[in-house]
Design a protein around this ligand. Structure first.
Ligand code: S3P
Length: 178
């Protein structure tokens, strides 16, 4: 396993905000797979979905992950919400680093993403229903794909970062002893 911290979880769970806080505190680099893909493709996720389709985007996620496993060290990586769903990706994520699932409730997601137009999967008449269905399907996959899960509802970014750093340091300490 590389010595990175990898954040996974549903859209709106705070992967980017928490990831940036962690990177600052640990003096690690910060990398967001969505931003990485947008920069590489020179366009937004929304445009990639509408012009090339979801499968094209999912393939970009897998190729990005393969690159990151080879190159990335001492970084906090925030991954797109759908990235751990492919089994191949879930394995690569575990190779990339210590994987943490930021577990969020449906209500928090709906509240945070009210009016959001950047997430193609949540557009349409009833985004709350889409959140519910997707979250229900994905939650067990996130659980299995992570080394640990942390509930994020009603916690501050600082509290979540404290909890992650405590666990990350314990994990590093154990690895040294083995
Ligand atoms: C997606 C989540 C988004 C982005 C894309 C698809 C998903 O990332 O990758 O819209 O399938 O959950 P965030 O989780 O950063 O919003």
């Amino acid at each position: 396993m590389n010595n990175n911290i990898v954040l996974i979880g549903f859209m709106g769970c705070g992967k980017t905000t928490v990831g940036q806080e962690l990177a600052q505190r640990l003096n690690y680099k910060f990398l967001d797979t969505d931003q990485y893909i947008e920069e590489k493709e020179g366009t937004t996720i929304r445009n990639i979905f509408s012009e090339k389709g979801e499968v094209y985007f999912r393939n970009l996620e897998t190729s990005t992950l393969k690159e990151l496993v080879e190159e990335t060290k001492e970084s906090v990586v925030s991954s797109g919400g759908g990235l751990p769903l492919r089994q191949e990706n879930a394995k690569l994520l575990q190779k990339l680093g210590f994987v943490i699932y930021l577990k969020v409730s449906k209500d928090t997601v709906v509240e945070r993403l009210k009016g959001d137009t950047t997430r193609p999967l949540l557009q349409g008449d009833n985004p709350a229903k889409k959140v519910e269905e997707l979250l229900c399907f994905r939650d067990p996959i996130y659980e299995v794909g992570a080394h640990m899960a942390i509930s994020v509802d009603n916690k501050t970014v600082e509290e979540i970062a404290d909890e992650i750093i405590r666990n990350y340091e314990t994990m590093q300490h154990k690895n040294k002893e083995d």
